[in-house]
Design a protein around this ligand. Structure first.
Ligand SMILES: Nc1ncnc2c1ncn2[C@@H]1O[C@H](COP(=O)(O)OP(=O)(O)OP(=O)(O)O)[C@@H](O)[C@H]1O
Ligand SMILES: [Mg+2]
Length: 332
């Protein structure tokens, strides 16, 4: 499979502003040296606890926020330094679905006209009539009705609002979608419907997804590969099956453990509070498996067969987690 997106050494440093008038010189690295390749037609999951940098990565990839350093290469083209004008083609090809995508809609305009307008602006349709016909078709495709075209955003439920967001993204004939926790705000039964819709669309249009989430049980059935983040660092990457059966990194085990049944004891009950030296592995302060070297420098990435990679000096592999249920592609 061909690579669609390559991210090399991606970093984001935010300045820790200490007031309205004066910018602080102190900075905070929210994303730190991320290398990631996404193949055409692949669904890759990005997981990590809150604040680990998932959304920042998703937005940098689309150039919605600027990286501090690193490169973003899309379909062989380096997007990193393209002007706003040069990005136009990519603003169309690369779309994002948020937790509540319809919240960015204007409450005083119908959803139909708000999907039509960007189609005309970005040249996906030549005439208003052509765009309108396409939107009617798309509304039905995402599980809504034609008559919803003339309704206003507040008239829809949470699940329907996500369908509208999906229709708006699809209207631009995208190739790549960042799905930033697209179902986190929805009831479980609705979540399954939206995820199944996203899977169907991915197959039909051969889309490529970067799926951001916390919920590992969703990621397991949804993603081909999973990248695990911790404090802005990519700590493990593997295909979904491998990550579930043999996670190498303590952070992956911690995240997996939170979806394991309650009769299993937490893997990280022996939290090591020795934070003394700083500058070591980003997880060393909390890791129950930390050894001396972990407090020195953040570990290099280790590459195993099959594209499995991890960054850990002392992976707790002898205590492999065995998951009985196989990943499945459809939620019931
Ligand atoms: N504009 C900003 N200025 C300063 N700090 C920021 C800014 N945006 C994000 N951050 C910080 O960067 C870190 C990563 O944020 P990000 O939103 O990417 O995390 P996340 O993994 O998406 O979390 P969540 O799961 O809660 O959505 C957080 O500590 C956040 O507070
Ligand atoms: Mg986020």
């Amino acid at each position: 499979m061909q690579n669609l997106l390559e991210v090399k050494g991606l970093e984001k440093e935010f300045s820790l502003g200490n007031g309205f008038f004066k910018k602080s010189s102190k900075t905070f690295k929210a994303v730190n040296g991320i290398d990631l390749t996404i193949k055409k037609g692949e669904i890759i999951g990005l997981i990590g606890e809150s604040g680990s940098g998932k959304s920042t990565i998703g937005r940098m990839v689309l150039r919605l926020i600027e990286p501090s350093s690193g490169k973003i290469i899309y379909d062989g083209k380096d997007l990193t330094n393209l002007s706003h004008k040069e990005m136009k083609e990519y603003y169309r090809k690369m779309q994002i679905i948020f937790q509540d995508s319809a919240s960015s809609f204007n409450p005083r305009k119908t959803i139909g006209e708000q999907i039509v307008n960007p189609m005309l602006r970005l040249g996906v349709a030549n005439t208003k009539k052509e765009a309108e016909e396409e939107v009617l078709r798309l509304l039905v495709k995402v599980g809504l009705k034609e008559e919803h075209f003339i309704r206003y955003p507040h008239e829809f439920s949470g699940g329907q609002r996500q369908r509208i967001g999906i229709a708006r993204a699809l209207a631009l004939k995208p190739e790549f979608l960042v799905l930033d926790e697209p179902t986190s705000a929805l009831d479980v039964s609705i979540q399954a419907q939206i995820l199944n819709l996203l899977l169907d669309l991915q197959e039909e249009f051969n889309l490529t997804y970067l799926f951001i989430g916390h919920n590992l049980s969703i990621i397991k059935f949804f993603c081909d590969r999973v990248a695990v983040l911790y404090k802005g660092r990519l700590v493990e990457l593997a295909d979904s099956d491998t990550l579930y059966k043999t996670p190498y990194h303590p952070v992956s085990r911690m995240l997996l453990d939170s979806v394991l049944s309650l009769d299993k004891k937490p893997l990280l009950d022996n939290v090591n509070e020795n934070t003394g030296k700083g500058g070591g592995c980003v997880f060393s302060e909390k890791c129950g498996y930390a050894i001396d070297v972990c407090y020195g420098a953040h570990p290099e990435v280790v590459h195993l067969d099959g594209g499995h990679q991890y960054a850990c000096y002392n992976p707790p592999i002898e205590e492999g987690v065995e998951f009985q249920d196989e990943p499945q592609r459809k939620l019931s």
